[in-house]
Design a protein around this ligand. Sequence first.
Ligand code: DX5
Ligand code: ZN
Length: 233
Amino acid sequence: MTKRPNAMLAPSILAARFSKLGDELRAVESAGADMIHVDVMDGHFVPNITIGPPVVRDLRTVTRLPLDCHLMIEAPDRYLGDFAAAGADKISVHAEACRHLHRTIQVIKGLGCQAGVALNPATGLEAVLPILEDLDFVLLMTVNPGFGGQKFIESVVPKITALRRIADDRHPALAIQVDGGVVVDNVARLHQAGADWFVAGTAIFGQSEYGAVIERFRALLGLESASGRRVGA
Ligand code: DX5
Ligand code: ZN
């Protein structure tokens, strides 16, 4: 029987020092990050602008960790090829920004990337249920997308539990990713509720000691200590 995916910790570089991105990536990689979450914002879908494919291409040269590109942009189809060519391993698009979601997912997979759909806190699971088996992961936003450092929205927790229950029945290998306001104080509870991949920006990069906070996250998720594991293994 296929089992639920392993827990993974995904530091979001939105909260990193952009002038030293290479150093920041190397620091969280050696501290025990499992993937790097890259928040792409276009100033239209969300009221903020961040980074695009050229930055992803440069990040690709400094880390072996999977690059997880969260596209908070309108009409993401226009840029899927660029992100895949830049070295993205996982790409998520927002259901709210896609007119032909099934087609968009097939394109992402055709480019050789894992495909995910992100849902805003106010968007119901109905938006992904018809195509659940086509997805590698569903990203449940636990804040409204656009900015780091926001407060976790508690009402998303039952949505995590409901999706895990449906996935256990229909698609156990589906990973549920949570993003926004994830901190050491709620991560174990979110794992328990059914989440598998944990994005954390401020909670990691806001600390002076990345190693200590990542170790804390790993322990709370039941993962082995980073010192006992080889990156990429
Ligand atoms: C918000 C982004 C998040 C953000 C999370 O729109 O999608 O990935 O970086 O930041 P924290 O962990 O600070 O809430
Ligand atoms: Zn994100």
